[in-house]
Structures are given as C-alpha cells and as structure tokens.
Design a protein around this ligand. Structure first.
Ligand code: NCD
Ligand code: ZN
Length: 349
C-alpha cells in the first residue's frame, strides 16, 4: 500500500453555475475524491462566466453548500473587467485568460484587452493563459513586457514545450501544465465527436516531445471538461473530456511502466501546483493506493455526471483505495463518504 499526498488539480470545469446537466459542484468533487484529488481550482467559463463580484459570489455559494473537496475559483479575463478582477484577486485562484478557441465565449482577440489585464493583475497568483502555438509566444512576450508570471494551460505541441524550455532557460517567469490526454492520446484519423477537445489531440511527434521534456512540465492538470455523452455524440460536439477520476490511475500506470517516477508524480500533481498558485497545505490529508492493482476503467463506475470517458476500457495499474481529507475518510473503495459542504474554499481568507 502506497501513501500519497492529496492531489491538487489546477484546471477543472465545474459547470456550475449554468450547466449543471453536465456537472455541478457536488458531482465534480465526488469525481475528484474518487480520483485521489483533494483540491480543485475551478475555471470561470460557466454560465454566466465568473467576471465580477456578483458572479464570483454565485459560484462560491454553490461551492460552499455542495463541494466535498477543497477548492478555489478562478476569475475570467473579460473585455471590461481588468480593474474589477484585480480588486477581487485575493479571493480567486488566479486569473484565467483565453486567447484561443475554447468552449464558451471567453476568448479575447483584442490585444488592447490583454494589455489591460497584464497591466493590472496584481498577483501573487499567476495569470493562467489558454494560449496555443503562436498565441503562446505572444503571451510569453506580454509576460516579459510586464514582468508578470504566467502559467500556460494544457500544452500539447512540441513547438510549445520547446519554446517554454527556451523561455525558462532565459529566466522568463513561466510555468506550464499538461493534461494526461495530451500525453496518452493522438489525433484520430477521422473526426470523432467524443475526441473533440481544445487544444486538439496532436501527433505522435508532439506526444513524444512532451514525454522527452517532462522536466519542463511543472504540473499535471486534468482540464476536466465534462459534456454529456449525448452532446459529444450529437450534431455539434462540444470540446472537452472528463479527467478527474482517471488522472491518478493513468499516471500510476506510467510509473509502473517506468515512464515516470513517483517523485515526478508528486512534484507535478501536489508540490508544484501548491507553490505556483500559493495554496495552503492540507493537514492530515492523504491518498492510499494499491500500486499493483490491475483494473479496467469503466465509464459506468465514474462519479462525473457526464457519463463517459475517453479512457473507457483502458487497463491501468494502480488504484485508489482510500482518501483522507483533513482527518476524515472521504472516500473508501470507490464510495464517497464526505458530505456536500465538507470542502473548504482555500481563498476564504
Ligand atoms: C473546455 C470546456 O469544455 O470548458 N474544453 C476543452 O476542450 N478543454 C474549455 C477549455 O479548456 O478551453
Ligand atoms: Zn480547460
């Protein structure tokens, strides 16, 4: 039996407020706990988006009554909220800025808006940017111009990891995360609604470059982006995969195959996210896993409301047996024992 610290997932789409048919603060935190994740940072592309005090309070009220694991909520960078976001910074996980195609309406094309956010965001939590390829290069330029640390969400391409490596070597204050699906899946030969995700799944050469440059990757993050199976199979499949319950088993499987060390796993899914986002320690919190248990992922067993996973049928090595959060057993043998509302807002002050 192996004992790990509780995982921190810095990139989760909760879907509440507004799209609770996909997921809500209750189901998403059940999914987290079942996956050995004891703290999540929630993305702001909800309906309405989290742009100001009223919408931040709306999300936090739902979280307060429903969350079963600890959490913080991101603010979204909008066209007109740079000053308001700066004022609310201490209450937020960080500021999320979308520079590329995404689900929802948060993409910012106008660079004068980027300027306002880079000028005004006070930190200490970094600005998190969804910036792919050339927009990632632009975000790095902004980061340097304003001496503003940035965290690059879900990198997927060889050119991205190589550019981040070069930036780090030159002292740019940049960190980055990668999602398990970008380490384990490649673009399908034919369009497949289930496999629609942003950033898109990439080539084998891109996947190989990520593995070869693991040392440059600061965090693992699920980008848990639940959409229902019916939506994924429908006319206009929205992009996104669930990921909270499959991340740890998939990473433990990589450990069992010697593609990753346990130290790397802990550094990138606990220590680094805590440091980068300035998150508190969770006392008396751990995850017990059976590192040798071999089992098969089944969508039907997952706690997310979305009802499917791109890893359905995958055989993995390493299973969560028990999760203890702040002294209380919150999950045992797949059964969630924490009550709604047990989770704490780690930015509550
Ligand atoms: C995310 C979502 O569905 O909210 N989708 C995705 O494909 N990753 C949005 C995003 O992270 O860009
Ligand atoms: Zn996302």
């Amino acid at each position: 039996m192996l004992k790990l610290p509780g995982l921190i997932d810095p990139h989760v789409h909760v879907r509440e407020p507004g799209q609770t048919h996909k997921e809500d603060w209750d189901t998403v935190t059940q999914s987290a706990l079942a996956g050995g994740v004891t703290m999540i940072l929630a993305m702001p592309n909800t309906k309405p988006p989290i742009f100001d005090e009223a919408t931040l309070n709306l999300a936090l009220a739902s979280a307060h009554s429903k969350a079963r694991c600890d959490y913080a909520q991101f603010l979204g960078a909008g066209p007109e909220n740079a000053a308001e976001a700066a004022r609310l910074a201490p209450r937020a996980a960080g500021l999320k800025m979308y520079l590329d195609s995404t689900f929802g309406e948060l993409r910012l094309d106008d660079m004068t808006i980027w300027l306002e956010h880079f000028r005004q965001w006070p930190g200490p939590a970094p600005m998190v940017v969804h910036a792919e390829s050339r927009s990632m290069a632009a975000a790095l330029a902004f980061s340097q111009l304003f001496n503003q640390p940035i965290h690059i969400a879900h990198i997927s391409l060889k050119e991205e990891i190589l550019l981040i490596r070069a930036a780090k070597e030159r002292g740019v204050r940049v960190t980055c995360e990668v999602a398990p699906h970008h380490l384990l899946l490649t673009a399908p030969a034919r369009a497949d609604g289930r496999l629609e995700v942003r950033p898109r799944l990439a080539s084998q050469a891109d996947v190989d470059a990520l593995w070869q440059n693991l040392a440059v990757i600061d965090c693992f993050a699920t980008d848990h982006a639940p959409h229902t199976a019916a939506e994924k199979d429908g006319e206009n499949p929205p992009p996104g995969f669930p990921g909270l319950e499959t991340m740890l088993p998939l990473l433990l499987t990589a450990v069992s195959e010697s593609r990753l060390t346990l130290d790397d796993l802990i550094e990138k899914s606990v220590t680094n996210p805590r440091k980068i986002f300035g998150l508190p320690e969770q006392p008396e919190t751990w995850v017990e896993v059976d590192e040798t248990a071999r089992w098969e992922i089944h969508a039907a067993d997952l706690h997310s409301r979305c009802g499917w996973t791109p890893f359905d049928g995958w055989k993995v090595t390493g299973q969560v047996q028990k999760v203890v959060l702040r002294g209380k057993t919150v999950c045992e043998n797949g059964k969630i024992l924490a009550q709604p509302g047990y989770g704490r807002n780690v930015r509550a002050g």
